[in-house]
Design a protein around this ligand. Structure first.
Ligand SMILES: Cc1cc2nc3c(=O)[nH]c(=O)nc-3n(C[C@H](O)[C@H](O)[C@H](O)COP(=O)(O)OP(=O)(O)OC[C@H]3O[C@@H](n4cnc5c(N)ncnc54)[C@H](O)[C@@H]3O)c2cc1C
Length: 229
């Protein structure tokens, strides 16, 4: 069992995924590093962590310009009347983080596509902008499948200053939750391997931008219900 988990992680962490899914590959390297560290394989762990630092440790600020994405407001409107943009080509204004964000994920593409469509149709019919919920008010999220594990991520990774781990992942039981906190001490991102039943509560931590306020140790403890925060 343990060996097959290692083999899975090693396969995902291999360079084959570097072009098609670099994010998944880097996550796999991170968890491979943690698993190897747990079994005392220091050199292997160091090599895996090294790959993560290489990719994520030196972030290059990505300016969102017309070259990267089309800036749209929270109704998917561009600065040109009657032109809307949605999905991967658009950087939408996210009121939760008070900035334009390029969220190139399935969920965001579906949500922004629906918002653009509703606003276009409403504007075409009456010249008016529709009321809520046709603003962008979602907690941006990304999900994907890693063999039998579901990875779900909410929020803004670029705002994360430090990370809190909830639970003790190991090779037999790799389910874990990672909570990213920004410089003001608020939850900016949550990433969960598994824990599907807790998804609404995890999304809510980001939606409420939960203030840590001395809660860190309780948050690390999987025995403390998320609803109590
Ligand atoms: C390998 C890979 C893995 C991914 N895995 C995940 C994942 O696990 N989870 C997740 O949330 N997201 C994932 N994504 C991202 C996700 O696929 C995108 O965010 C989403 O598909 C964006 O939807 P979209 O409609 O904006 O663009 P697209 O899905 O790219 O659709 C754009 C369409 O426009 C067409 N098109 C382009 N130019 C023209 C033209 N000039 N004329 C006519 N048609 C044109 C294209 O052919 C395409 O069909 C992945 C992306 C890739 C590439």
């Amino acid at each position: 069992m343990a060996r097959s988990r290692f083999a899975c992680l090693r396969r995902i962490a291999s360079p084959c995924l570097a072009l098609t899914d670099p994010v998944m590959r880097t996550w796999a390297q991170l968890y491979l590093g943690m698993a190897l560290e747990g079994t005392g394989e220091v050199e292997g762990a160091r090599a895996a962590y090294g790959k993560v630092v290489e990719r994520w440790g030196k972030p290059i600020p990505r300016s969102i310009t017309a070259e990267k994405a089309i800036l749209v407001d929270d109704r998917c409107r561009t600065n040109i009347p009657e032109i809307y943009a949605a999905g991967d080509c658009a950087a939408i204004f996210d009121p939760l983080f008070n900035k334009h964000r390029l969220c190139d994920y399935w969920e965001t593409a579906a949500i922004t596509g629906a918002i653009a469509g509703a606003n276009m149709s409403s504007a075409a019919k009456s010249g008016a902008t529709p009321p809520l919920p046709d603003h962008y008010i979602a907690v941006s999220s990304f999900s994907t499948q890693l063999f039998d594990l579901r990875l779900a991520v909410w929020g803004a990774p670029r705002s994360v200053d430090r990370r809190i781990i909830r639970g003790n992942p190991n090779v037999e039981s790799p389910e874990v939750i990672e909570i990213g906190v920004d410089t003001s001490g608020r939850v900016a991102q949550v990433a969960a391997f598994g824990h599907v039943n807790e998804h609404p509560a995890l999304a809510s931590l980001v939606q409420r931008r939960l203030l840590m306020n001395g809660n860190e140790e309780r948050l690390k403890d999987p025995g403390t219900p998320l609803e109590s925060f």
